[in-house]
Design a protein around this ligand. Structure first.
Ligand code: SF4
Length: 423
């Protein structure tokens, strides 16, 4: 039976947005419908999110970029996060995730939903854990009912996709903390759940009661972003048993959820050396029936704090070539501090470069067209054409401004090879 029949909220978003989506993605409506039916593509869009422009994730749609924003206990200013949201969208982010862990989380989320015409994602366990930490209680004592209630509340509020670490098993958590890993567990949500399971001697409630999440996802067309709580946090941990035990579980859950009408994405690594990126991506896609793959980076070195957006873009480009559908940005602030607005813009641009590099290598028509327009513009010294083709027209204009009256640029001046050859 069709996924659209089982998920009437999805059908509603699809019907209202398909004309625009088809034109933007340069895909026939039938191709988009087939991708969603097969589970290789998801349509992010919760009908409760007002003024939303739905977004497609997954092949054969264009690779998308997510920007993470949100408060932290050490830098807690809701207004700044709203400004960062605008900066992320202006820089070209397709979606935004609110990872706030300080302040009035309901109000911040509400503010972002009102401000953001693009899909908004969250990690609901943060809000549940925050109520415990604020009351100086241990999140190991979280009542799973509170977590399910939080998911339901955020779905009703209009959140479009949610990271839920459903594939993290007690066995996987034990493996990850057995001492064999260089970095143990580095996912915030993953570490909260792992501690909960290990302390209480119980299995992950998001796994044992997965069907409750599926019900909520179908009711609100919230896309389940099945989180990688055991993703490697150091290159040395990439590809170990704990990571892949979780991936196998995520694939099984995605299959089950899709059969019941829920849309799913799979979250992926993490820190992965360059030589392992392609193999990792292909195996994850294989184990998850080519569900849309959403990766953080991958970060190809651990020793570049301050430049992690570059280390991540290198992995991201190769990842896209191997099948990644959705890149979560890294910023120059990664591993150091909360990103500021400039970090957000730099992170989005780094990911957009990675996506373009990867899509060119795949021969995707839109990416190749952009390259061709730029080549034409450069060979004609046509700066308008170059501005149209480039990923960041604002920066092109700013850097060229001191010499904008010149036909050539300040790199070579009178020695401009293009002009000499033409003249
Ligand atoms: S001046 Fe040099 S860098 Fe600039 S357009 Fe001419 S050849 Fe290219």
């Amino acid at each position: 039976m069709s996924v659209f029949f089982k998920n009437s909220a999805l059908a509603k978003v699809f019907e209202s947005g398909i004309a625009a989506l088809s034109s933007e993605e340069n895909l026939l409506p039938e191709a988009i419908r087939a991708g969603i039916e097969a589970g290789t593509m998801v349509l992010l869009g919760n009908p409760a999110h007002k003024n939303l422009k739905p977004v497609l994730i997954g092949s054969p749609s264009r690779v998308k970029i997510n920007a993470n924003i949100g408060t932290s206990p050490l830098l807690n200013c809701a207004q700044t996060e709203m400004e960062k949201l605008s900066v992320a969208l202006q820089a070209g982010a397709d979606t935004v995730m609110d990872l706030s862990i300080a302040g009035d989380l309901d109000a911040i989320r509400d503010g972002m939903l009102n401000l953001c015409p693009s899909p908004l994602g969250t990690v609901p366990i943060y809000a549940t854990a925050q109520t415990y930490l604020d009351a100086e209680r241990d999140p190991c004592d979280i009542d799973p009912e509170e977590l399910f209630a939080e998911v339901e509340k955020q779905a009703a509020q209009g959140v479009d996709f949610m990271t839920l670490h459903c594939g993290l098993t007690r066995r996987g958590a034990e493996w990850a903390v057995s001492g064999e890993r260089a970095m143990g567990i580095v996912s915030r949500g993953g570490s909260i759940l792992a501690r909960w399971m290990l302390k209480n001697g119980r299995e992950n409630p998001l796994l044992t009661d997965f069907d409750r999440l599926v019900d909520i996802a179908v009711r609100h067309n919230v896309t389940l972003s099945l989180g990688d709580g055991l993703r490697p946090g150091a290159g040395a941990d990439a590809g170990d048993a704990a990571q892949f035990e979780e991936v196998i579980t995520l694939g099984r859950l995605a299959r089950h959820a899709h059969a019941r009408g829920a849309q799913c994405m799979i979250e992926g690594p993490g820190h992965v050396p360059l030589n392992d990126v392609e193999a990792q991506i292909r195996i994850i896609k294989r184990l998850t029936d080519n569900a849309p793959l959403y990766v953080l980076g991958p970060l190809t070195t651990d020793v570049a704090p301050g430049y992690d957006h570059i280390a991540g873009a290198i992995g991201g480009a190769l990842g896209v070539r191997a099948g990644v559908d959705f890149l979560c940005y890294l910023t120059p602030a990664e591993h150091l501090t909360l990103p500021d607005a400039a970090d957000v813009a730099a992170g989005v641009m780094a990911s957009r470069v990675a996506a373009q590099v990867g899509e060119v290598s795949l021969g995707r028509p839109q990416a190749l067209k952009r390259e061709a327009v730029m080549a034409t513009g450069r060979s004609a010294l046509d700066w308008d054409l170059m501005r149209q083709a480039c990923l960041d027209p604002k920066t092109l204009e700013e850097r060229r401004r001191p010499h904008r009256e010149e036909e050539v640029c300040a790199m070579c001046g009178k020695f401009c090879a293009v002009k000499m050859l033409r003249d």
